[in-house]
Write a protein that binds this ligand. Structure first.
Ligand SMILES: [Zn+2]
Length: 567
């Protein structure tokens, strides 16, 4: 073959490939457009995370899923930084860490509260209307929750969110210090800043609802913790509970006076052994230590984290009383098994895969800590074990009956965290009134100590002599959680209502508790509550699980059964 022939045959060969080249160029062009069309990279964390990555006919919804996944990832990073802040961070990193957390909060807010998200939500909602057959219940709920999250913060400026995050972490440390030194003068300006910020955030939140009743800002804050809550409904539930509790409290105290006082615990109870006990109890409850942990710090207890990394923080043990750190571990453990039981394998980071907010969270914590964790049967399981662990053989304070009486002793206290189950509500009502007045501008921070003491006298008949025993005791206001307190009592009511149903479906709960076999209870809760994420809203889930909307009846019955039984 001559070079000339070879040249022409090569040209001929090349020409014959043109149609294929044309096709290939076309394919590259389409793929390029496809790549440009995709918003964030879709690299999955976990290929088995089926629902999060499952393609959907609505492109806008698909884009929303990826946007919320990235918001969820940022939130998980903040959670991890926050846990580290409390447990392991060296002192010198304090200032830079505040900056990192505040920055990420701002970024998260910007990713959520923008026009693009609003448009995508509108488009996905249109798609759902036109093509309902392509929307499964979980996808519908996911879109609904995306909209709720967006609406809740869409009018809040990013600067306020950044400041909120910074103050929340500064506040945790500030609270630890002012509490130690009983220092109201140091606390006051910080709380003034915090109330001012909260009022500005609340005002931004209610712009949308066009609702300017006096307590609308407080209701807007409350909704961060109890989504969709109406203040008038919460007030009505609390009024009913208060009337009933005021009626039964004197009877409870009368009954109690007929019985001998419980023996006080005599320590020491070494911290390492308390921690061993607490971790063992969490394992019994079904807490998975391969995806979480329990830590002791000088800070107030903190629940939270993510289903993949659920690190619970409790306050350093008191050597004189192992029951306090155990109570914290059971409480945070209740939060922890709820978080770990969320549908992470299908809906990780998606709004529908998250918990139902503070009221449902507290219900799961209080169900373990207060309702199941204060039964005679549980102490029958516990007593021989702690008697051996702490080497207190034959100590009359360590019997199941004595521990039960210690833990069910009703006595008005100055301190919320050590309050008994009957008077606990009054602490909540007290705080709710004060924070509502501060947000409405009816109560100035400078007048808080006086208002605090007056309210304690009115509701519980006792008055603190120090600020640390009074208005400085809780961390909530220091970390900006205005509107959180009602979640405890709503949670207590939810817990009692769920427990009522659980008793009917699992008939041997007392025997299970006495033998330390918590698995059937954990599995029941996982199926009914944890794994449901936000498929239902709180009211609907309660209806689904218990057949009734929230009512104080089951809590009142529970308290009467436990505290008014014959001696
Ligand atoms: Zn809690």
């Amino acid at each position: 073959m001559s070079p000339k022939q070879s040249y022409w045959s090569r040209v001929k060969n090349w020409a014959s490939t043109l149609p294929y080249l044309g096709k290939a160029f076309g394919a590259i062009k389409t793929a390029g457009a496809e790549l440009l069309r995709l918003p964030p990279p879709r690299a999955p964390d976990d290929v088995a995370n089926t629902k999060q990555y499952e393609e959907h006919k609505s492109k806008s919804y698909m884009d929303l899923k990826m946007a919320f996944r990235d918001i969820g990832r940022m939130n998980a990073i903040v959670e991890t930084l926050g846990r580290d802040f409390l447990t392991a961070m060296p002192e010198g990193a304090y200032v830079s860490r505040l900056g990192q957390i505040a920055f990420l909060f701002r970024r998260m807010h910007e990713e959520l509260a923008n026009e693009n998200i609003a448009n995508l939500i509108n488009e996905a909602q249109d798609h759902q209307k036109k093509d309902p057959g392509n929307w499964e219940v979980w996808d519908k709920a996911n879109l609904r929750e995306m909209e709720t999250m967006y609406r809740h913060v869409s009018h809040v400026p990013p600067d306020l969110m950044e400041r909120k995050a910074r103050l929340a972490y500064e506040g945790r440390r500030k609270h630890r210090d002012v509490l130690k030194c009983d220092d109201w003068d140091e606390a006051r300006p910080f709380l003034e800043d915090m109330v001012d910020l909260q009022r500005r955030i609340a005002d931004a939140k209610i712009l949308k609802d066009n609702d300017h009743a006096t307590d609308a800002p407080y209701q807007a804050l409350l909704r961060e913790y109890v989504p969709g809550a109406r203040l008038t409904e919460v007030d009505a539930l609390f009024d009913r509970l208060e009337t009933k509790l005021k009626e039964i409290l004197p009877w409870v105290l009368d009954e109690q006076a007929k019985r001998p006082e419980p023996q006080p615990l005599i320590g020491p109870f070494p911290a390492a052994q308390q921690m061993w006990l607490n971790k063992s109890l969490l394992k019994v409850m079904g807490f998975d230590f391969t995806r979480g942990g329990l830590y002791e710090t000088g800070h107030n207890p903190v629940e939270g984290g993510t289903p993949d990394d659920t690190r619970l923080v409790i306050k350093t043990s008191d050597a004189g009383n192992f029951l306090d750190s155990m109570k914290s571990a059971l409480h945070e453990g209740g939060h922890g098994i709820y978080i770990q039981g969320l549908p992470r394998e299908t809906w990780r980071y998606q709004p529908v895969g998250q918990d139902l907010g503070a009221a449902m969270q507290e219900s799961q914590a209080l169900l373990i800590e207060m309702i199941l964790g204060r039964t005679k049967e549980f102490y029958r399981y516990l007593a021989p074990r702690v008697e051996g662990l702490f080497q207190k053989f034959g100590d009359p304070a360590m019997t199941a009956d004595n521990i039960y009486r210690l833990k069910t002793r009703v006595k008005p206290t100055l301190d919320r965290k050590s309050a008994d189950e009957v008077t606990y509500f009054f602490h909540i009502r007290h705080r709710m009134r004060l924070e509502r007045d501060m947000i409405a501008g009816r109560l100035k921070v400078k007048d808080l100590p006086e208002a605090w003491n007056a309210g304690m006298k009115e509701l519980l008949g006792i008055e603190p002599t120090t600020h640390a025993q009074g208005c400085l005791q809780d961390v909530h206001w220091f970390v900006g959680k205005f509107g959180y307190f009602p979640a405890y009592t709503l949670g207590h009511m939810i817990a009692a209502q769920i427990h009522d149903k659980m008793k009917r479906e699992i008939q041997n709960i007392p025997e299970l508790m006495a033998s330390g076999d918590f698995m059937p209870i954990q599995q029941w809760l996982a199926a009914k509550v944890y794994s449901q994420g936000r498929l239902f809203r709180t009211d609907d889930l309660l209806m689904e699980v218990t057949g009734s909307k929230l009512t104080p009846g089951p809590l009142i019955n529970h308290l009467q059964d436990r505290y008014l039984e014959a001696a």
